[in-house]
Design a protein around this ligand. Sequence first.
Ligand code: IFM
Length: 464
Amino acid sequence: MTKAVFPVDFLWGAATAAYQVEGAWAEDGKGESIWDRFAHTPGNILNGDSGDVASDHFHRWQEDISLMKSIGLKGYRLSLSWPRILPNGRGAVNQKGLDFYSRLIDSLLEAGITPMVTLFHWDLPQALQDEGGFAARSTGEAFVEYADVATRFLGDRVKHWITHNEPSVFAYVGHSIGHHAPGLKDPYCALRVAHHLLLSHGWSVPVIRANSPAAKVGIAVNVNYNQPASPSSYDYKVWQHRFGMWSRWFLDPLYGRQYPPDLVEFAIKTHQLPAAGLDFVHAGDFEAIETPTDFLGVNYYTRQLSRDHSVPAEQNLPPTVFQAPKNDHDWQEMEDWEAYPDGLFNVLTWLNFEYQPASMYVTENGASWSDGPDESGRLKDTRRISFLQRHFEAAHRAIQLGVPLKGYLVWSLMDNLEWGHGFSQRFGLIWVDFKNGQRILKDSALWYKDVIAGNAIPILPSDT
Ligand code: IFM
């Protein structure tokens, strides 16, 4: 069988985030996070689920590392819970919190697994939200203090740091759309939050480098593949703004271009910005934001089509781009999430040509299907295997074209709390019984084990 071989030292791994897997929401001195508050407020999370126990990783981390080892993972991307380390967001340090992560990292290293650590995956200390959250510049300063504490303690062992995860999702879904914590619906606030996230990223890079001199530092953005549904100027404009606000708004300043003028104009008109524009930008901010990094993390899940629904269909051109029919292989259980591997290829090559990051990782990619175990206890998640096979193949094609992709972290290591969707969506390579914490390796995990061992994927007849 023909194989697509990946570069030597390719970091095959899996990812999680603290709030989604740890549980132990109020244990060992941990402070309250905005997700604790949000989840404990009725109506915010499907079925009243919460991360109070989640996948119980806080208590089962040793078993989880054994499972990672049995899959042969080379890397594990985890996030630190800021309020577990600094319960009030700044000031007093909770040593027990640091010790938990220290033990976890030591054990990963002993197991031969490279830890890739995200500092902020959305669980902001509630104490900082009470002072305005990331809409306030002072929270950006508190982030630098937290980054300093975490990297001073763990920076001798962690060699891959990610400052923020998906700043666009945290900013927009949490502060404009209101579906995520802290549940605000204020587009202007969302742009302030976005700016302070970027700023705190830039401010923290030199601090992380000083504390962890041998480490690589980056940020993880989510870039889905977005296309105009037709070549009409209506659909093109919607695409330009939608794709722009979700990706260029973040990437342009990170790579030295400041905010794109066309989007600033759009934001002033539609996002309730003061006519004076971006009044939250201070002198020197862009210089900080564009501090060079070692890698760009890319979270990719799906394709989205942009259609201008504000014009009557007869005035617009008919759609020319069509998504797959709604069969269950090409659509995830997440509503409207198409499985579209070519989108990953397009996104990786676009990012490489457009921004030329020093290197890249797919820091998240995966699919939600909730297949459970059969009577024999086996979990045949064939759709996930096909999804991963096709996405790995797309990544391989991008590498062949010169994209400096250094690794691939599948989302997720294990089933977990999928934010507002609660436990209804399962992305894991490992199945988790949320009633008793029991774990089962899915068939996809066993298939992934072979991929990692051979550092290659089979080329299927349909790929040739
Ligand atoms: O579960 C999330 C993760 O926390 C951030 N990226 C997308 C995943 C799936 O929705």
